[in-house]
Ligand binder design. Structure first.
Ligand SMILES: C[S@@+](CC[C@H](N)C(=O)[O-])C[C@H]1O[C@@H](n2cnc3c(N)ncnc32)[C@H](O)[C@@H]1O
Length: 261
């Protein structure tokens, strides 16, 4: 089993705690996304969020008036997202589907005004898989559609590149990450030690080795162009619509469908 299936499917219970601890961040990201969509005249419309997790961005987007489809390959995340949509009273504006991003246009057969990919969801497989995903999204796009990659990591993300050991807290979970960066293939190798804070000590709940390909904005723009998308603007943190000015933690990229014919 790959680390991707282990973390997001087998131990979805643990990763769900991490996503829940970042729920309010998802709302702020959705606001930044909506701000950009409005600049393209989209204050409503159909949005596909790929790699949606348990809906921390899809649900706020639905609350802002978009018709959203969240797609993720993890059934536990999608089940939780559907429950949350009911709790937030937007089950009529947001749908969730279990599907593999790498075959998205074989499983979803609708056109969308916008596509959203949030946080570290690219780079899990390899560059050609990500490019294939962009091509398949283009098959679900109109000639005017927008694609937004929001708050992903990038090659100059400071604590990914330059820190060997990082601690992060997500609610009662504490993550110790040991990282090694391969500059030739732009790959980040991490060892994860995830502990639960029991109040009187830490107990190890998950040990995992991850491997992620990280991109520069130029690499992403080239992959998008080969897939039928023209990159139009770049930001750092989409919550503040800040300039992309490394060393900033996040990369956000906005692309528009390249017209066919
Ligand atoms: C880091 S999480 C981000 C989740 C969400 N975008 C967020 O910001 O909360 C990455 C997500 O990608 C999903 N994922 C990984 N590989 C996938 C694939 N091949 N097809 C669909 N979803 C996938 C995982 O299940 C997980 O929910």
């Amino acid at each position: 089993m790959s680390w991707i299936e282990k973390l997001f499917v087998e131990r979805a219970d643990i990763y769900m705690e991490i996503m829940n601890s970042m729920w309010s961040e998802g709302e702020a990201i959705a606001k930044g996304i909506a701000e950009i969509l409005k600049r393209y005249g989209l204050s409503s419309g159909k949005v596909l969020e790929l790699y949606s997790g348990n809906g921390r961005v899809a649900i706020p987007l639905a609350r802002m008036g978009y018709d959203v489809l969240g797609v993720d390959f993890s059934l536990p995340f999608i089940t939780d997202a559907r429950e949350k949509a009911k709790r937030y009273g937007v089950e009529d504006r947001v749908r969730f589907a279990v599907a593999d991003a790498r075959r998205i246009d074989e499983e979803i057969h609708e056109k969308f005004d916008a596509f959203v990919i949030v946080a570290t969801s690219l780079g899990y497989y390899d560059g050609s898989s990500d490019e294939e995903v962009f091509k398949r999204l283009r098959n679900l796009a109109k000639d005017t559609s927008i694609l937004i990659i929001a708050n992903t990591v990038h090659r100059e993300t400071p604590n990914w590149r330059y820190c060997d050991k990082v601690f992060e807290r997500f609610g009662n979970l504490v993550l110790l990450e040991e990282r090694k960066f391969d500059p030739i293939w732009s790959k980040l190798y991490s060892k994860w030690y995830l502990y639960r804070d029991e109040g009187d000590g830490l107990s190890l709940v998950l040990r995992l080795e991850t491997e992620i390909r990280v991109y520069t904005p130029t690499e992403l723009a080239e992959m998008l162009r080969r897939s039928g998308w023209g990159a139009e603007s770049v930001y750092g943190d989409i919550r503040k619509l800040e300039r992309f000015n490394p060393p900033c933690a996040h990369l956000s990229l906005v692309a528009r469908a390249i017209r066919t014919g």
